[in-house]
Design a protein around this ligand. Sequence first.
Ligand code: 0GY
Length: 309
Amino acid sequence: MDTETVEKTPGWLDWHPAPSRPRLALPEGAVDAHCHVFGPGEVFPYAPERKYTPCDASADQLFALRDHLGLARNVIVQATCHGSDNRALLDALRRSAGRARGVATVRPGVSEAELRELHEAGVRGVRFNFVRRLVDVTPAEELRAVVERIAPLGWHVVLYFEAADLAELAEFFLSIPVPLVVDHLGRPDVSKDVDGPEFGAFLDFLRAREDIWCKVSCPERLSLTGPPALDGERDAYRDVVPFARRVVAEFPDRVLWGTDWPHPNLKGHMPDDGLLVDHLRHVAPAGEPLRRLLVDNPMRLYWPEEEGS
Ligand code: 0GY
């Protein structure tokens, strides 16, 4: 094997080796609705067209984290470093004993057999990525062709984009005739006012259809004030809190949360995943709002057949 090609991107931050146990009391059956597996590269090679080479982050390591954090299930999102080769995702889903669902990346020419295989393993959506540092642009016609292929399966589309690009993309998004799930609060610039026009446009986008869901995830990626400093958990990522709270308050029955483990492409710090769980106390009040965010909503979207059972 050419070892050059599997060297991690310079400056890569590996996932936290010893996250704390959350102190927040979690509702039973909580779902991490946004996480990834990376490789292991020797078994599931990274895609030639990838924009970064991560450290390995296997399904077993993900499931160990799930148990350590007191979570019950995962939604594993195909990472761009694997392109449209969903083998690592499939393997993780199959080894989850029904405790993981997946979001894949497929091309319009995907075979019926592959779609069926993905569905049987637990895939329930595809991801469209518009973040330019992660992927080359895919023409809208190609994305529409993918939607035509996945709509009959009852799948949804997960959208990853930067807030500044929403104005240009919104019309296309709203033309997609399946449910939409927005990653990481639509990546707001949290130095801007939560009541300002940019986040207002995002809230209007969420209001435009009742089947648009939003992940209130990734404070560690969005924050400019950063991780805990003086006051421990209480002052972590505080600039993101008003944005997350606003979305949870207005759309309590279509918000999701995830760790984003193993946290690709972070530059400043690697978060303690236990602290990310504890951070939820600032985002969703304990009781029903937290239960909807962590259990009811993801179960309705990813395990509808088990919801309420
Ligand atoms: C995330 C965020 C990022 C990367 C990916 O698939 C990916 O490569 O999603 C990022 O770099 O912002 O959701 O993990």
